[in-house]
Design a protein around this ligand. Structure first.
Ligand code: PLP
Length: 431
């Protein structure tokens, strides 16, 4: 058993099966490009897995991390004060816009959402949770239990009781075809109906992704969650925005995805892009909610010095290079380029997204029947042509595009050229 893929399959769960038939091993990365063990270089249009907001080999981040390594202090301990942890928390609290905000650092998005759910259920003394259909929030006990996407929900056992709400996935919604205003109205009615008929009323929270990541970059209309928040406020229900994929300016129009909805949530969770590859996540919450955590609620590695100095360098870089504006400008070009490509390719059912978070959903021509074989073919064709993209969606028929936010216009044009060819080739894979 010499091949790395065989050794991987022998000792690790087989998540690689979701992507390439012959997975690649990355041995070098720089800018927006990665090189595999055969020496082939690719433009990365999935930013790792939205982890590398800045791309690869970013001197400012590497230098900050190296300097921390040189102090000899890599570990965290609740016995000590950690300056970079305090400073990062101050910055995230300020950026959140949440009044009197406090931050709890974790090592992943899953842990961040587990913590947020624990906080909400403690604060509200209720284990009832609302989540969106087609959602994904992580792979631990509570988070996997509330996932609204069967392909990603390995467990039907959960410490929380969940009810699902429509709205996150307009393309396959029963309210499809309505004007945006009527769509929002219909979703609000559904939320009220779910509250009245599927819960006992004393619900802890609604958790939602502003754009559904694993769910295929499904993008609800702006304002939906603002309208939901009014209903939630009537019942004292907390609102958690899961910004694991949508934070740090990726959606272009705003720093946090939820800002497009005109609402400040009670809590936000974050991870992925903040560390540019380093393991860091967390929750930012109103102080009185965060205070539900006792002094002995700690995370050994959460907010460790290496991750927090790296994350501070990432946030400085995002601000100093105005990457949010870059995401907005190039995101618009990406969306319109893909819409142009879709005209000649009836397998494209939907092109959607915001900023540098764009999904292309493939269907059988002339209808809406999901065409996962087309998405798989496009994934393989793009790779052959030197472009890495993501795949996903409820029916595994969506190509997900989320390049590093440092993307250049030339790289965008290169990717659109490859996508045009790959989608045309993929059109032959409908049956
Ligand atoms: N929330 C969202 C929206 C995600 O997309 C993910 C991961 O893809 C998670 C939470 C879980 O994060 P992690 O994989 O870091 O545990």
């Amino acid at each position: 058993m010499d091949r790395l893929i065989d050794r991987h399959r022998a000792v690790l769960p087989n998540w690689l099966a979701l992507y390439y038939s012959d997975p690649l091993e990355i041995v070098h990365a720089h800018g927006r490009r990665v090189t595999d063990s055969n020496g082939k270089t690719y433009l990365d249009f999935f930013a790792g897995i939205l982890t590398n907001a800045l791309g690869y080999d970013v001197a400012e981040v590497s230098d900050a991390v190296r300097k921390q390594l040189d102090t000899g202090i890599l570990h965290t301990s609740t016995l000590y004060l950690i300056r970079s942890q305090v400073e990062l928390a101050e910055e995230i609290a300020r950026l959140s816009g949440i009044p009197d905000a406090k931050v709890f650092f974790t090592n992943s998005g899953t842990e961040a959402n587990e913590t947020a759910l624990m906080l909400a259920t403690q604060y509200r003394r209720s284990n009832q949770v609302l989540a969106m259909r087609n959602s994904y929030h992580g792979r631990a006990f509570a988070t996997v239990g509330i996932t609204g996407n069967r392909g990603w929900s390995a467990s039907s056992l959960s410490p929380v009781r969940v009810s699902y709400v429509h709205g996150g996935y307009p393309y396959r919604s029963p309210f499809r075809g309505l004007s945006e205003a009527d769509y929002v109205k219909a979703c609000v009615e559904d939320l009220r109906d779910v509250l009245q008929t599927a819960t006992s009323g004393d619900v802890a929270c609604l958790i939602a992704e502003p754009i559904q990541g694993v769910g295929g970059f499904a993008t609800p209309p702006d304002g939906l969650f603002g309208a939901f928040a009014e209903v939630l406020a009537e019942h004292g229900i907390l609102f958690i925005s899961d910004e694991v994929q949508t934070g740090w300016g990726r959606t272009g129009s705003h720093f946090w995805g939820i800002e497009a909805h005109g609402v400040t949530p009670d809590m936000m969770t974050f991870a992925k892009g903040l560390g540019n590859g380093l393991a860091i996540g967390g929750v930012v919450a109103r102080g009185e909610i965060m205070d539900c955590l006792g002094a002995n609620s700690i995370s050994t590695f959460g907010g460790n010095p290496v991750a927090t100095v790296g994350a501070r360098a990432v946030l400085d870089y995002v601000r100093d290079h105005d990457l949010q504006a870059n995401a907005a400008a190039l995101g618009d070009r990406l969306l319109s380029g893909l819409r142009d490509i879709s005209v000649a390719n009836p397998v494209v059912g939907d092109v959607r997204g915001k900023g540098l978070m764009v999904g292309v959903e493939f269907v059988e021509p002339g209808g809406m029947t999901p065409a996962p074989a087309v998405a798989t073919r496009v994934l393989e064709e793009t790779r052959a042509l030197g472009l890495l993209v993501g795949k996903g969606g409820l029916h595994n028929n969506v190509i997900r595009l989320a390049p590093p936010m440092t993307l250049t216009g030339e790289e965008l044009d290169e990717a659109l050229g490859i996508l045009g060819d790959a989608i045309a080739a993929g059109s032959g894979a409908t049956e």
